[in-house]
Every structure is written in structure tokens, then in C-alpha cells.
Design a protein around this ligand. Structure first.
Ligand code: SF4
Length: 378
């Protein structure tokens, strides 16, 4: 009879080999355990041998602390048997079609490629580019059999795009996909006076964006809308906090194009304690190894073109041509990297033990071209 030191299959391991460190993440309770030096060597051996190794009585003694830690926290232990234990490490299929789509060269995959479309954002920008709204509506019609559950409409300039916005909203009332409208406070009252039923229609949720100190404060008492204050420093945070009442539905959004480094560090950077508190299911942990849960399935329409993320400057399609939604999704899956932009592929996160635990990369990190908004590797 041999003794085997094993780890349970729900113990996920990440390594930093140059630093001889590793992290075990218990996907049952989201607890995290760091190992260094000799303990790292032992975990590495277990990992490389299908989660179990034969262990001598002498090794049992010299690794007592490590074994106690494993057994007391229920992610492995010592097992006596003639045969090596069979540890079945589960592989979860995150998106059943992904691998298939990555290896084919044509888009003609029936309707199932449409399952990968989850969210659509449409920008009415403060410029003279008038959206081909017939093509946008066609795109949404073509998404009928997709997984599209959320539409975001960003209105930077209501009067420039009034006709197109009204045509789109009128169409969306019939489609009944939850639609989130963001409009700047300067245009809000004109918008709502022209389209009063939008506010009471449950398909729509309106968020009013406030950037400047000089804004119409009447909006703070407005019912059935939420406010979003866009801030870049503490002074703005304090100013707007003093303007709201208890009944105001509001939130803050950091303007990453203006924010300074010290404000970012103090208020937004993740530290090790924050990461220790992160709870993650096995499915989301596996998803973090494969795709970007923030960006996957989102398409962005702006300036008469379609993009696979907000900050990608390379369009997947243009609204000047006939729209082919399956081709757009196919290209987002296979030609653009946005939906698969994960920490294990970017510096410095790729060498960090927390790369599969940290929240997925955000649009703001892409905008800043900085992926370590944290105090861990900085
Ligand atoms: S370096 Fe990247 S993966 Fe590591 S803690 Fe910071 S953000 Fe997370």
C-alpha cells in the first residue's frame, strides 16, 4: 500500500515559476492560498502528475505543515492505496460553439452563431455623422434569434440626431429588448418633453449624465430616472454628493480620460485584500481563462460602423454596405481579439498569480492601455 498526496479537482492552481510561488484557488468557497519555495515545488509536482503524487513516510514528516494546510482547508489530503488515485479534473465548455467557430473559415453556421450576440451599444455622437438608422434597425431585426438581451443608447447630441433617435426608439418599443438610454443633462428635458412616454415604458431605463458643476439641479428630484455623475477627482465627488437627496437614484462614473494617477490609486486600484474578497464560481473562473466576460458578445455601433468593443478603432463592418449580422459576429469571434482579451495574455497580469481571479479587463483599461490597475504588480 502506498501513500498519495493529492489535490481535489476543484483546487485551481496558478504559478509564477520564476518567483517560485503559486496560488491555489478553492472554487467551492473562493478561498485563496499562497505557497512559496519548497511548498511551491511540492504543489508543482502534484500539478504535473495529474493532481496526485506518491509520498514517502519521510516526505510526510518534512511536509507536515503543507499537508495540514491542505487537509484542514479541505482541498486535498493523503490517501492510502496500491493504485494512483484517479482525479478527474473537469473541463467546462464555456461557449459550446467557440472552438468550432475558431477553426472554420466560413460564417455559414445556421442560427447558432447568433447565440454569441449578447449586447448592442449605439452611439449618437456629438458630430455630423448621421447614423444610417435603417441599417441599425435591420441589424436588430436580424438579431431576432440571437441572445441579444440588452441595448444601450448613448445620446451625446439629441438635436443633431433627433429624427434617427425617435425612429429607433419607436421601433424598439415593438421589439421589447431592455434598452438603457444615457443622455446628457443639457438635452434631457427636450428629449423627455418630446417623448414623454419613454419614461413610463418599462422597456426603457433612462440615465442622465452630469459632468459639469453648472447643471439644472431640478433633475435631482426627477422620478423614474437615475443620475450618473462623471467625475475625475475628489472635489467633483464632494460637489455632486452635496447636491443629491436621499431619494435620488444616482451613481458615479470615473472619467478615465481625465482622471489623475493619485485619484485612481486611492479610489480604484485593487489591493490584495480586495482580491482575497473576490468570490468566483468555477464556471466564471474557467470563463476568465478563456474569454472576456465584460466584452464578450457586445457590438458597438458608432459613426456608421460596427466595432467589437468601445475602444477598438478598427471597424468590423460599415453601415454603408448591406448588414450581415452573422458575418459581423463571426469576425468578432475570429478576427478581432476584444472578446478574448484576458489577463493571462497581457503584461504584467500574465505573470501574476491572480490573473484568473481578477475581474475581466474593462474598456477603461483598454483606453488607458494599462491592465494592472492594482497595487499587486505596480
Ligand atoms: S497584475 Fe493584473 S492580474 Fe495581477 S492583481 Fe493586478 S490586475 Fe490583477
Amino acid at each position: 500500500m502506498y501513500k498519495w498526496l493529492y489535490l481535489d479537482p476543484y483546487a485551481e492552481i496558478t504559478f509564477n515559476h520564476p518567483k517560485k510561488r503559486c496560488l491555489i484557488f478553492n472554487t467551492l468557497d473562493s478561498k485563496k492560498y499562497l505557497f512559496e519555495g519548497k511548498e511551491y515545488e511540492m504543489i508543482k509536482r502534484i500539478f504535473e502528475n495529474d493532481y496526485s503524487i506518491k509520498i514517502t513516510d519521510n516526505e510526510l514528516k518534512t511536509n507536515k505543515l503543507l499537508i495540514n494546510r491542505i487537509e484542514n482547508n479541505f482541498f486535498g489530503g493523503v490517501y492510502s492505496s496500491d493504485e494512483k488515485p484517479l482525479i478527474l479534473y473537469p473541463i467546462i465548455n464555456i461557449q459550446r460553439n467557440l472552438r468550432k467557430f475558431k477553426t472554420i473559415s466560413s460564417r455559414d453556421q445556421g442560427t447558432d452563431i447568433l447565440e454569441n450576440l449578447l449586447e448592442l451599444s449605439i452611439h449618437f455622437k456629438d458630430n455630423n455623422c448621421i447614423l444610417r438608422i435603417d441599417r441599425v434597425i435591420q441589424l436588430i431585426r436580424d438579431a431576432e434569434n440571437s441572445s441579444l438581451k440588452k441595448i444601450n443608447i448613448y445620446i451625446d447630441s439629441y438635436f443633431t440626431h433627433k429624427t434617427e433617435i425617435e425612429e429607433l426608439l419607436s421601433f424598439l418599443k415593438t421589439v421589447r429588448i431592455k434598452t438603457y438610454i444615457e443622455i446628457n443633462v443639457k438635452d434631457y428635458y427636450s428629449f423627455i418633453n418630446n417623448l414623454p412616454d419613454i419614461k413610463s415604458n418599462e422597456v426603457f431605463a433612462i440615465q442622465v449624465i452630469i459632468v459639469d458643476f453648472d447643471f439644472n439641479e431640478k433633475v435631482v428630484e426627477e422620478k423614474n430616472v437615475s443620475l450618473k455623475f462623471r467625475i475625475s477627482n475628489e472635489e467633483e465627488y464632494n460637489f455632486f454628493t452635496n447636491k443629491v437627496s436621499e431619494s435620488t437614484d444616482y451613481s458615479f462614473e470615473v472619467d478615465f480620460t481625465k482622471v489623475n494617477h493619485s485619484f485612481l490609486c486611492e479610489n480604484l486600484f485593487l489591493n490584495e485584500e480586495d482580491i482575497q474578497d473576490i468570490k468566483l464560481t468555477k464556471q466564471n473562473y474557467d470563463a476568465n481563462k478563456t474569454l472576456n466576460r465584460n466584452l464578450f458578445g457586445k457590438l458597438v455601433v458608432k459613426n456608421n460602423a460596427v466595432f467589437s468593443s468601445e475602444n477598438n478603432s478598427k471597424a468590423i463592418a460599415t453601415l454603408d454596405n448591406e448588414i450581415n449580422l452573422k458575418q459581423i459576429i463571426f469576425d468578432s469571434l475570429c478576427k478581432s481579439n476584444d472578446w478574448f482579451l484576458i489577463r493571462k495574455n497581457v503584461k504584467p497580469c500574465k505573470s501574476c498569480l491572480y490573473k484568473n481571479i481578477c475581474p475581466p479587463i474593462t474598456e477603461n483599461e483598454i483606453l488607458l492601455k494599462k491592465y494592472n490597475l492594482c497595487t499587486v504588480l505596480n
